[in-house]
Design a protein around this ligand. Structure first.
Ligand SMILES: Nc1ncnc2c1ncn2[C@@H]1O[C@H](COP(=O)(O)OP(=O)(O)OP(=O)(O)O)[C@@H](O)[C@H]1O
Length: 353
């Protein structure tokens, strides 16, 4: 899929990287606009890190191009691409203090000592660690180290900031807080960001646009809400953790599924196809004529409860209901499906099977 963007800061055209016979990136097209925050998600081995490395010039492309600010980067070495890199294997220098770490990229670019010191103080303020310049790296907590690494990557005002698992080492509570701060910070600075993360929640919370990769290709690209509400394919739906995916035959506004008849939204293509029933579209009632099922398990998720249901026929279903409406484990209920939460999925993609 080619994306139309009049003035992308970064554009990848047919970018291909091979390791021997294995194609890690397979003709990827992607455009990232100025000030856009893009998160790349995908299963292990789908090519996320290879994508970042190719953009950074740490891995040469076997075919295709990386264009930054309108210029082909094929002959441009990493340190001349104007990138900020925050990669897991680019750890802080333990022998330098915090200020020395942040100033490193500035000093190597010939920024005078006093100007570098001013910039270090500014960045430490920005990442919420004022007065930390003289501290040793070893005395910092994991979260503080991540902030310093971020300050170091931002110090030379890169035109594109690339993050590989930026919050990878941290515990969940801290990640959830930091990701909100990061987004605010990038917005405030107008930074263009390309980030790779394993953590779905993090990717969706951080990004303006989520790119889901599969086997070296882009399986879907869209706003977090679009991708979450309308996964493009069975692969994306399952990758996002949705369970209620099935083959169904649609006729006259109704899908015939292993769970019985399910109403579908207007415009759903007729015939055999894949359907996703989002968990919030599986409603429960005590009466009616809907399919019967038993509550097999329930998990609290704040204001909602996620239920696993064993229907009398068809595979196990997942439902998400408000806490006050959640039946107990073992209770028998009837199902009502909400067509607004039923999503037709695209058919098999290249590489399936
Ligand atoms: N240096 C290398 N030599 C050989 N194969 C490699 C090399 N680097 C990556 N690969 C292969 O290329 C594919 C893509 O790897 P990549 O690291 O980009 O995936 P990823 O999506 O970042 O995975 P993860 O989430 O596990 O980090 C994988 O099959 C991997 O084994």
């Amino acid at each position: 899929m080619k994306e139309d963007n009049p003035m992308p800061l970064l554009s990848l055209d047919g970018l291909t990287v091979r390791f021997g016979a294995h194609t890690a990136l397979d003709a990827v097209d992607l455009a990232v606009a100025e000030r856009e925050i893009v998160s790349v998600l995908g299963p292990s081995g789908s090519g996320k890190s290879t994508l970042l490395r190719a953009v950074a010039g740490l891995r040469p492309a076997d075919a295709g191009t990386v264009t930054l600010g309108g210029q082909d980067q094929s002959a441009v070495p990493t340190h001349r691409r104007g990138l900020g890199l925050m990669f897991q294997d680019h750890q802080l220098f333990p022998q330098r203090d915090v200020g020395g770490n942040i100033a490193f990229g500035l000093r190597t670019r010939g920024v005078p000592r006093h100007a570098a010191a001013r910039r270090v103080a500014e960045l430490l303020d920005l990442v919420g660690l004022p007065d930390a310049a003289g501290r040793s790296v070893g005395s910092l907590s994991g979260g503080e180290q991540q902030r310093v690494a971020l300050a170091r990557a931002l110090a030379p005002s890169p035109r594109l900031l690339m993050l590989d698992e930026p919050l990878g080492q941290l515990d969940r509570g801290l990640r959830e807080r930091l990701v909100v701060e990061l987004r605010q910070l990038f917005r405030q600075l107008g930074t263009t960001v390309l980030a790779v993360t394993h953590d779905q929640g993090e990717a969706f919370a951080l990004a303006d646009r989520v790119v889901v990769m599969r086997a070296g290709r882009i399986a879907q690209s869209g706003s977090p809400a679009e991708v979450w509400q309308r996964p493009a394919s069975e692969f994306v739906a399952r990758f996002l953790g949705f369970r209620n995916v099935t083959e169904a035959t649609v006729r006259g506004g109704t899908a015939h599924t292993p769970w019985g008849e399910v109403p579908v939204p207007a415009g759903t293509p007729e015939g055999v196809g894949q359907l996703l029933i989002r968990p919030s579209g599986v409603g429960l009632t005590g009466e009616g004529r809907g399919p019967r099922c038993t509550v097999a398990a329930r998990t609290f998720r704040g204001e909602r409860v996620v239920l696993l249901l064993d229907p009398e026929r068809g595979p196990r279903l997942e439902a998400s209901v408000p806490l006050r409406l959640a039946p107990a484990e073992g209770e028998r209920v009837r199902l009502v499906f909400d067509p607004r939460e039923v999503v037709p999925l695209a058919g098999a993609e290249p590489g399936d099977g």
